[in-house]
Design a protein around this ligand. Sequence first.
Ligand code: ADP
Ligand code: MG
Length: 257
Amino acid sequence: MGKIMSIANQKGGVGKTTSSVNLSACLAYLGNKVLLVDIDPQGNATSGVGINKADMNQCIYNVLVEDLPAAEVCVPTSVENLDIIPATIQLAGAEIELVPTISREIRLKKALDEVRDRYDYIIIDCPPSLGLLTLNALTSSDSVLIPVQCEYYALEGLSQLLNTIRLVQKHLNRDLMIEGVLLTMLDARTNLGIQVIEEVKKYFQDKVYNSIIPRNVRLGEAPSYGQPIITYDPKSKGAEVYLELAKEVMANGTRVG
Ligand code: ADP
Ligand code: MG
């Protein structure tokens, strides 16, 4: 059974999608069977692995709202060992359409449980909110990986996320753990970065990954070529650090139970 991890933070632009795509691709590169699940209506993870959203007749929306089996929506990507369940703009309606439905918080869990034994890792790229889509992700997951951008007020807003995690633990998924905290977009030229690292480490202690993602031009460019960094520019600093992160994640255990 594969380990299911949500990549979540209700702040936008902190590196959730970049980390979902590149951690998934690096885990696949290291020989794991990986499924990336895009549950952000913006579909950036989907286009980030080279899937043309306009060509998709069905996506995670049909799984969540219409009970389509997850296996019918999984598509292979250009990266060996990496599949994706894509998101299209159709998913934008799901947050509201799910409200009156039965077991609305556990729909993703039910769907992923059906495909879980085919993968070593299932990684869910969450939208920038703490609504029903993120709740579905947290309810499905063994753990949550929290990207934190190296900037002023890095910790601000995280209490809301931690509170949501506690509520999910209490009511929906007792076993949910914090997988790790990933510092992203570090600008090595400033002292600010160092201060933020210290502050985040003080708060999250050994949950903080040793791998810290630098601000890297190639990482920012790769999505527009529909490629993860490991194929777009395998020699870049971004590729090197996401590969290190993948090794740290693997060292933390492949599966539960
Ligand atoms: P989120 O999913 O949390 O909204 P993204 O991963 O989409 O955040 O990142 C926001 C923007 O910053 C994107 O344009 C992305 O390409 C860029 N970006 C993310 N991480 C880096 C990085 N380490 N270096 C340079 N650009 C980055
Ligand atoms: Mg995103």
